[in-house]
Design a protein around this ligand. Structure first.
Ligand SMILES: Cc1cc2nc3c(=O)[nH]c(=O)nc-3n(C[C@H](O)[C@H](O)[C@H](O)COP(=O)(O)OP(=O)(O)OC[C@H]3O[C@@H](n4cnc5c(N)ncnc54)[C@H](O)[C@@H]3O)c2cc1C
Length: 335
């Protein structure tokens, strides 16, 4: 068998377009491919997805394996696993990367089993060992209290990478690449389940995932009713409200607002943590924010080790003043 070569990323598609996580995978894939002096390819599955292939090339892919078939129009695990196994055996990549999503949590382990290789799941950092040229897969363990480094014994060296941990690839329309059409050749009898309907949840206001400002509250907020201060501040700054697990467990806010290891990972320009102690599991979800501001009455709270700016005080004293000042400073047109 020919030697495994190249970095391949799974190009997740949503509504016919590349999903946001795919741009992050193209970003990290390009970096690793450059370090190894190898090619970057993307494998894209779906129906009517030519535009996604062009986008992948503009964002760094040298090659795109395009599998366009009506049976792939909606994600179905048996069909996707079979097609990916076929493409991997054809392309023989050295490294194979997936962005973490509900789809790939289902798909990547199955594919790893089919290919008889290991899987470094939930990585936050990927590096090439300068001596061995093998992939070092770094991921949090023990609830985020320690980091583990994994090295695969077999190839493809396969990893899933957590969203918002890798800078997305920049667009360059002058880039050239090759699109390789691959016939799906799926035997419909292997598809043991059928997706009948996909229902998208409607969200109000700015979503946590895309917000440039996130204002989060923890157990120090003392009650659900006090989250209205965070909502007011977030609204003035055009942001979204998040919470620690403690605030969720208290029943003050719904689980979809949780930030952290077992919640959302956010990377806004500004993250304001109010009444949050700064446990490692919380920081796992906000530690990559550009600027972190903490308001906490305990000067020894761990959050101050991560924060770029800190206010040691009770939030009851600080938040009303901050809200008034932000109202003054933020021009009405921006609000
Ligand atoms: C496997 C695992 C996964 C986890 N996943 C997550 C996760 O995804 N997200 C997450 O957040 N946690 C997670 N946790 C829990 C985490 O370890 C912490 O318990 C949690 O983050 C604590 O939340 P908190 O900071 O709001 O509460 P606390 O630790 O109780 O801190 C409250 C803070 O509020 C301050 N405070 C109190 N009153 C005021 C006031 N009036 N003004 C200002 N400050 C005040 C206190 O000084 C204190 O620092 C996880 C834990 C485990 C074991």
């Amino acid at each position: 068998m020919a030697e495994e070569k190249g970095v391949m990323i799974f190009g997740e598609v949503s509504e016919g377009k590349l999903a946001p996580i795919t741009f992050e995978m193209l970003g990290v894939g390009r970096r690793l491919a450059n370090e190894l002096g190898e090619e970057l390819s993307a494998v894209i599955l779906g129906q009517g997805i030519e535009e996604a292939a062009t986008e992948a090339i503009a964002h760094g892919a040298d090659k795109v394996y395009l599998v366009d078939d009506p049976l792939l129009a909606k994600y179905q695990v048996d069909a996707y696993t079979a097609v990916l196994e076929k493409v991997c055996k054809q392309a023989n990549p050295n490294i194979l990367l997936f962005g973490v999503s509900s789809l790939t949590r289902d798909l990547a382990p199955r594919l790893a089993f089919r290919l008889r290789v290991g899987l470094g799941s939930d990585c936050v950092e990927l590096q090439i060992d300068p001596e061995t040229k093998r992939l070092r897969m770094i991921r949090p363990v023990f609830g985020g209290n320690a980091m583990a480094e994994l090295v695969a014994k077999k190839r493809p060296q396969m990893a899933t990478v957590r969203a918002k941990t890798q800078p997305p690839a920049e667009r360059d329309d002058s880039r050239q690449g090759e699109v390789i059409p691959v016939a799906a050749e799926i035997d419909p009898s292997i598809m043991r389940t059928r997706v009948r309907e996909r229902v998208l949840k409607e969200t109000e206001g700015v979503s946590l995932q895309t917000a440039r400002v996130v204002v989060s509250g923890g157990r120090g907020m003392k009650g659900a009713e006090n989250f209205k201060f965070l909502e007011e501040l977030a609204k003035i700054l055009g942001g979204a409200v998040g919470a620690s697990k403690a605030a969720v467990d208290e029943g003050w806010v719904p689980p979809e607002m949780q930030i952290g290891l077992t919640g959302n990972v956010v990377t806004p320009d500004l993250y304001i943590a109010v009444g949050i102690s700064g446990a490692a599991q919380h920081i796992a979800g906000c530690g990559y924010s550009k600027h972190i501001v903490a308001i906490n009455k305990d000067p020894d709270a761990a959050i101050f080790q991560k924060a770029h700016f800190g206010v040691v005080s009770e939030w009851q004293k600080v938040l009303p003043l901050l809200i008034e000042k932000c109202k003054e400073l933020v021009a009405p047109t921006v609000r």
